[in-house]
Write a protein that binds this ligand. Structure first.
Ligand SMILES: Cc1ncc(COP(=O)(O)O)c(C=O)c1O
Length: 330
């Protein structure tokens, strides 16, 4: 089996990110709840995409690329972090974003500009349209002698997912005792897929939970992507002992909860008290699109008893704070 270290990577974030117990929240909920602060990874306002980009931009550099393309919604955290990391590596970044959601000069769009990205909007709901446009623009640039690298929405392919298997290795190294559960937001699936692979590799007794903030069929997407990422390590989820008993909640290894509320990227009033609570008890910011929905979904399930079996739980904070400057909480 190949190691996570045997790939061309760029060092972009300040790792390991802190992992510690939320004392006030733990007291309030009667549970040992810890937080992995990937929002403090040292690039822009932090976030999960940086771990993926260490692999993706490592490959781009190894291929000699000088132009990086990616996409997302208008307020994409992934697009903004790609712009930040590409700039640092001296690469031109072209963002072809969906003209959906908050498209005016707020939040991540301000940051995209600060990082010098070439931002273009496309009036479409289809990423296929955007990928064709990327290839068209890229082909023109290649004629001029540039070398282009294309990153899918969310950086959620098998290579990017390896970044989150790496995060689990980090959690293991930082923990005296293996946590009973790890939980995080599921938006395009790459983070949860990487965490699933990582738990199989490094914390096989730990159960992984995702909270989906969008309506895609992540019960299928996540294990498939995790298996593809395992393939890059020349193994498979099955060979790593994944029992595959999902999505009815009977798997001992992985379970998804759903908390997209009124829809993807639409703040939900039910999440706001939980966002306020974490800010006021622990000083930590969550966003209304990803981490606020994941954290709120987690605590609502905890109240129903879904985590009774676990002594210690780690919530992976995946960033996203720029959304607080683009939209109001519900
Ligand atoms: C702040 C934040 N958290 C979580 C996620 C979800 O990660 P993934 O797309 O890998 O499922 C995203 C992705 O867009 C994000 O921006």
């Amino acid at each position: 089996m190949k190691s996570l270290d045997s790939f061309q990577m760029c060092s972009l974030g300040l790792y390991p990110t802190p992992l510690y117990k939320l004392e006030n929240i733990s007291r309030k909920y009667g549970k040992d709840i810890r937080i992995k602060r990937d929002d403090l990874c040292g690039v822009a306002l932090g976030g999960n995409k940086v771990r993926k980009l260490e692999y993706l931009l490592g490959e781009a550099k190894a291929q000699g690329a000088d132009v990086v393309f990616t996409t997302g919604g208008a307020q994409s955290n992934h697009a903004m972090l790609t712009a930040a990391c590409a700039a640092r590596l001296g690469m031109k970044c072209i963002l072809i974003l969906k003209k959906r959601g908050v498209t005016d000069h707020r939040g991540n769009i301000v940051l995209d500009e600060i990082y010098g990205a070439d931002v273009r909007f496309m009036d479409t709901d289809s990423y296929d349209d955007i990928y064709s446009e990327m290839r068209r623009v890229g082909a023109e640039l290649e004629k001029e002698g540039h070398r282009c690298y294309y990153i899918p929405c969310g950086g959620s392919n098998a290579l990017g997912a390896l970044g989150y298997a790496r995060c689990v290795r980090e959690i293991r190294d930082q923990s005296e005792k293996a946590p009973g559960a790890i939980i995080s937001a599921t938006g395009s699936g790459g983070t949860t897929a990487g965490l699933l692979l990582g738990t199989r590799l490094f914390l096989p007794e730990t159960k992984l939970f995702g909270v989906s903030v969008d309506t895609d069929p992540f019960e299928d997407i996540v294990p498939a992507l995790a298996d593809e990422a395992a393939g890059l390590l020349e193994t498979s989820l099955k060979d790593l002992g994944y029992d595959g008993l999902y999505p009815d909640g009977t798997s001992s290894q992985f379970r998804l909860f759903h908390n997209w509320g009124p829809g993807y990227a639409i703040p939900n009033a039910a999440d706001t008290p939980y966002i306020h609570e974490l800010a006021r008890e622990e000083g930590i910011l969550l966003d209304p699109v990803y981490t606020g929905k994941a954290w709120s979904g987690f605590l609502q399930e905890l109240k129903k008893g879904a985590f009774d079996a676990y002594e210690q739980i780690v919530f992976v904070h995946t960033g996203g704070a720029a959304a607080l400057f683009a939209m109001d909480l519900a």
